[in-house]
Design a protein around this ligand. Structure first.
Ligand code: SF4
Ligand code: SF4
Length: 254
């Protein structure tokens, strides 16, 4: 099975399983649990996402995330690029939210219990009518933001998980150990801009190639640009990240 087919199949499966997994991504239950001194499923998941991003950047967003699958489905209907100014909004949401989790655990006197299925009957998130309302509200939010503001706008502006991975991604780029990253062979680029049109994160990939700067914290390492490039300029691969100026063949980053 080709890489893009496999990736899209996994995203579709994750999207279909969203009624089961919803609570494990919940930004609300983690706060509620913190005030009771309980480490919920999302309390365990979010640090794991940070950990995975230290080697795989934001690949979770393009291979696993159900909200990513939903948004990619929306872009089959409305496929307009998202504006880059949206990117800052998520940090304005993330910081007070993280502080409220910390305040919760301080108030509760620390972590008293770990319960990955906190408020989740038999581990299934949507198992009763009130949960259906929450589920459809979340889906409506993701879909409407994506349709109104452009491709994967929810990832750009509202996702509370993205900053964890941006942190890990920044760290791995700085330290330069072997990791998943995007690389480019600038000299072969014919500036056809097919990569720009294919990028689900609306990145100016051609500009990145020409500037020999493949580092973008909004890149989710999906490989869509790699798949459409007629000159095989782009490649998502695992290895040591070299400084662009030190590499005459590839401009590497993630
Ligand atoms: S698709 Fe390939 S050749 Fe075309 S602009 Fe992008 S990197 Fe250059
Ligand atoms: S730059 Fe390429 S790998 Fe990164 S998000 Fe865009 S299409 Fe995916």
């Amino acid at each position: 099975m080709r890489k893009q087919t496999l990736r899209k199949t996994l995203l579709l499966l994750s999207m279909l399983l969203f009624p089961v997994t919803l609570n494990y991504f919940s930004p609300y239950l983690i706060v509620q649990g913190s005030f009771a001194g309980i480490a919920t499923g999302s309390f365990l998941l979010f640090p794991a996402l940070f950990g995975s991003s230290l080697w795989f950047g934001r690949a979770f967003c393009s291979w696993v995330c159900p909200a990513g699958g939903l948004q990619d489905t929306c872009s089959q209907v409305v496929n307009k690029p998202a504006g880059s100014r949206q990117n800052l909004i998520k940090y304005l949401i993330w910081l007070p939210w993280v502080l409220s989790i910390l305040a919760g655990f301080v108030t509760a006197g620390g972590i008293k219990a770990v319960n990955p299925i906190y408020f989740t009957d038999h581990g299934i998130s949507v198992s009763a009518p009130p949960a259906f309302i929450t589920y459809f509200a979340v889906v409506l939010l993701i879909v409407s933001v994506s349709l109104i503001f452009g491709r994967r706008s929810f990832c750009h502006s509202l996702c509370w998980m993205a900053p964890f991975m941006v942190l890990g991604n920044t760290l791995k780029n700085k330290l330069g150990y072997p990791s998943l990253h995007l690389e480019a062979r600038t000299e072969d680029c014919i500036s056809c801009k097919k990569c720009d049109r294919a990028c689900p994160m609306s990145l100016k990939v051609n500009e990145m190639v020409q500037n020999r700067d493949m580092n973008s914290n909004e890149c989710i390492l999906c490989g869509s640009c790699e798949a459409v490039c007629p000159k095989q300029v782009l490649r998502v691969g695992f290895g040591v990240q070299k400084h662009p100026a030190a590499n005459s063949n590839y401009t590497e980053g993630a």
